[in-house]
Design a protein. Structure first.
Length: 481
């Protein structure tokens, strides 16, 4: 009997490579099943900026099958489908950064992430979309239109790794790479029920490093996030900010939580307070840890509204410079929310900008100091569950554009690793994620603790991926007809 289609397309990458190795599954069979999901779902989900030719990617799957048959895989993800966010350079693939007003850069070389994936045997299915300049926490883009959740097309994917998140939740293969400067991997994580990791600063080499920026995986299991990070984190001298080579153990085994010091952080100290169902879901995670023997202690808020607002202003100045450089026609094509937002950065003095930078350093200091006593800290990812897909930000009122990143952005500034795992659902079925952050450079420790929860969470917190895949596919088919 043929394997159930939904089970096949939602197999974790770690299971795929095991089955490739023992000959019970072919990379070609898996490739064809994933491509069928993409063809059915993409008209609604809108995850791809560039979908690579399925005929060419099938050739890559055949080549992988031959290598596995010969016992000579290229690397730990040989034959595994992968997508890359559109701001991850691929030679010859234009990079509009989700913005209809720019003239897209066409890279002449692959980014370190792309090189690592290809040299490890990953089959890149295409480049996924993002919103304008990556500065919207949604799937809304002036270039690409609206990207929608596989759980319900009326819900946001989150952003800015919107296409990567939709692809991960929608069954477009198991491994997807996004980027994160304030929550852009983890926000799709919480709003799509995913397992994600914003790695430590410098852990994954980047083509264009920037303060707070990281690249990392969006997956359906923590074990897959660990596998992806293992591949992505290999050294690359092109990133002058990357960490030195290190032999890390990326294996995910059973963890004894007895004696583990766990912080519980429920008040960000800035932005919008977390809604009660979000607080309750994260508090239940803490209780699971406590029952397993961990010591759980409250973490007081360490951010302030002034710190968040000045970080926001720093970003506005950066985007204002980008906006100001556009042609008059180009300016008219940028998303209106971004236009209004970045105008807040016009005419900011150098003195004021330095104050903002000093406050960013204060965020870094406060985050490290507040979390250092703990092995990991549990918190919400975002204060609210998924909002409407057409909405560019969770809060669209003037001045509140970044009021949802109080739990995520501190770890970008401090460089600490932070993972997400689904921990519950709202009454209407919207996913809720818990953020599990750790000490600087302890990516493997964070992943192991996250993997423990991934396995030990209550059944009601476990996403039923086949349902999500069917929902996306059936919606796409009905829309197409």
């Amino acid at each position: 009997m043929a394997e159930d289609f939904d089970d096949l397309v939602t197999l974790p990458a770690v299971e795929l490579v095991r089955r490739y190795a023992d000959g019970t599954l072919s990379p070609v069979e898996l490739h064809d099943a994933v491509q069928a999901v993409i063809t059915a779902s993409e008209p609604v989900l809108n995850a791809f900026w560039i979908r690579d030719d399925p005929g060419e990617t099938r050739k890559a799957a055949k080549a992988s099958a031959a290598r596995w048959a010969a016992g000579e895989p290229l690397g730990p993800i040989d034959g595994v489908p992968v997508t890359l966010k559109e701001n991850v350079a691929r030679q010859g693939v234009p990079m509009p950064a989700g913005n209809a007003g720019v003239t897209p850069v066409v890279p002449t070389h692959d980014a370190p992430v792309t090189t690592a994936v290809l040299e490890s045997g990953g089959i890149v299915l295409g480049s996924t979309v993002m919103p304008d300049w990556g500065m919207l926490s949604s799937g809304v883009s002036s270039k690409h239109g609206i990207t929608r959740s596989p759980w319900n097309p009326s819900w946001t994917t989150g952003g800015s790794s919107s296409g990567a998140g939709a692809a991960a939740a929608g069954g477009y293969g198991p491994l997807h790479v996004g980027s994160d400067i304030g929550g852009s991997i983890r926000l799709p994580g919480t709003w799509l029920g995913l397992a994600t990791l914003k790695p430590s600063a410098g852990r994954v080499p980047l083509d264009t490093p920037y303060l707070g920026r990281a690249a990392g995986p969006l997956t359906r299991t923590v074990a897959d996030a660990a596998l992806a990070t293992q591949v992505l984190s290999r050294p690359d001298e092109r990133d002058w900010t990357s960490l030195p080579p290190a032999e890390l153990d990326w294996s995910i085994g059973e963890v004894d939580l007895r004696g583990l010091r766990v912080g519980l952080h429920l008040d960000a100290g800035c932005g919008v307070a977390a809604e009660q169902h979000v607080v309750d879901a994260v508090s239940e995670v803490a209780e699971v840890f406590r029952t397993a023997g961990a010591t759980v202690e409250p973490v007081p808020p360490f951010m302030t509204q002034e710190l968040l607002d000045d970080l926001d202003l720093f970003w506005r100045v950066r985007s204002w410079n980008d906006y100001k450089a556009l042609s008059p026609d180009g300016k008219l094509r940028v998303h209106p929310f971004i236009v209004e937002w970045c105008h807040g950065g016009a005419d900011v003095s150098g003195t004021r900008l330095i104050q903002c930078y000093q406050h960013i350093m204060d965020i870094q200091k406060r985050t490290v100091a507040a979390t250092m006593p703990y092995n990991v800290v549990l918190s919400p990812v975002a204060p609210i569950p998924a909002f409407p897909a057409e909405q560019p930000m969770p809060f669209v009122e003037p001045g509140k554009g970044m009021w949802h990143i109080g739990f995520t952005v501190p770890y970008n500034m401090s460089g600490q690793p932070a993972a997400t795992v689904n921990c519950g659902f709202t009454a209407d079925g919207r996913p809720i994620g818990v953020q599990i952050s750790g000490r600087r450079f302890d990516d493997t420790g964070v992943l192991r603790v996250a993997a423990w929860y991934d396995v030990h969470r209550p059944p009601g917190a476990v996403p039923r991926w086949p349902d999500a895949v069917r929902a996306g596919a059936s919606t796409a088919e009905s829309t197409a007809s």
